[in-house]
Design a protein around this ligand. Structure first.
Ligand code: NCN
Ligand code: DMD
Length: 337
């Protein structure tokens, strides 16, 4: 993917994002308004059908080929005691994903999603970003490319997720550096740290902000400095999906944090994205407000691994089904208003 060959190509792509097909969207809205229901009565299901129609360029959208991609990475900042779990759990959970035993496996099966798992250099954690950049330029570009590789233009929907012990601290740092605020504004309990762990997370984010203060606040530099490989890969997948016109379903706080540095310079970057759910990690609501996405579900989840986004696919499938299958007033002989 040439847009990830160089940093300049990446930033240029961000500055020239394609739009949805307005004609296909208008045709979908016109069809919705003829279906046997009071106009607007299917609420956000109607909006989802129009949204998919616009990005797929067809008046009657479909969800035949849907993929979930879960990226995994390890984080040097774990040395600061920021997670309730040891870093070794990242690779162990990848093994669990590959064996089919994790929550995402079950939810993906229930939602009719193909699942791909992409561990990125798990034996080579990022550097501790409280002290310097998490990644080299080459490593960050490689992670963007790993993300882009899960996108193919034949997909009807792409669900994104992540696994990485310590990555809720990286997510908080990405949000703070992109949107302002400090550790206290963006940090939460992640996998379930106690009060001391929470204080260590706040301190790590504040230290990272100080260390990288003065460095350029571009999308690439923020990803490279305080991100992690799995998060950068999600950013790459979101941008590649946009270029291919593929709708993305985002998961929780960490997954959504991947778009924070992009949204800071290109607010329209999430125009092809649906927020699958709102996680209980407190930064997630703040982040969704900043990127103006309204989550489909709010089920008090905080698992990650794409689970909330995959669950939302059931709602999206139903939106597409009613749009495609309902009779119009004329077809059913029902009197219109
Ligand atoms: O999706 C979320 O909002 C979410 C909230 C809390 C934790 N997680 C998951 O837990 C891990 C990060 O938590 P932590 O405490 O290790 O930073 C990572 O593997 C995420 O997938 C995910
Ligand atoms: C067990 C476990 C499963 C996960 N899935 C996503 N993040 C996770 C973190 C932990 C600790």
């Amino acid at each position: 993917m040439t847009i990830f060959a160089t940093v300049a190509a990446f930033e240029t792509a961000l500055a020239s994002l394609p739009s949805a097909d307005a004609h296909a969207r208008a045709a979908a809205v016109a069809r919705q308004n003829q279906l046997t229901k009071p106009q607007g009565s299917l609420g956000r299901l109607e909006e989802i059908a129009g949204f998919l129609a616009g990005w797929q360029g067809r008046a009657v959208p479909r969800v035949d080929r849907a993929r979930a991609a879960v990226f995994a990475g390890n984080h040097g900042v774990v040395a600061r005691g920021v997670s309730a779990f040891p870093a070794s759990v990242t690779a162990q959970m990848v093994g669990n994903f590959e064996a089919g035993g994790a929550a995402i496996n079950a939810v993906a099966r229930a939602a009719g999603l193909e699942l791909v798992v992409i561990p990125i250099d798990l034996d080579r954690a990022t550097a501790d970003f409280t002290e310097g950049p998490a990644m080299s330029e080459a490593d960050c570009l490689a992670a963007l490319k790993a993300g882009a590789a899960v996108v193919d233009s034949g997909l009807d929907l792409l669900v994104l997720g992540e696994m990485g012990i310590g990555n809720s601290t990286a997510a908080a740092a990405l949000c703070a550096r992109s949107f302002g605020g400090d550790g206290r504004d963006w940090v939460g309990r992640g996998t379930g740290v106690d009060d001391d762990g929470l204080m260590r997370k706040v301190a790590a984010v504040d230290a990272a902000l100080a260390t990288h203060d003065g460095a350029p606040v571009t999308a690439f530099e923020t990803l490279r400095r305080v991100g992690g490989r799995e998060i950068v890969a999600i950013a790459g997948a979101v941008l590649a999906a946009r270029m291919a016109g593929v709708v993305v379903v985002l998961d929780g706080f960490i997954c959504c944090s991947a778009v924070a540095p992009l949204a800071a310079s290109a607010p329209d970057i999430v125009a092809h994205c649906i927020a699958g759910h709102r996680s209980v990690e407190p930064g997630h609501k703040r982040l969704l407000d900043r990127i103006a996405l309204e989550p489909l579900l709010a089920l008090d989840m905080r698992l990650g691994e794409g689970s909330g986004a995959a669950l939302a696919v059931g709602v999206i499938r139903a939106a597409v089904a009613v749009h495609a299958e309902m009779a119009t007033f004329a077809e059913a002989g029902v009197s219109a208003a």
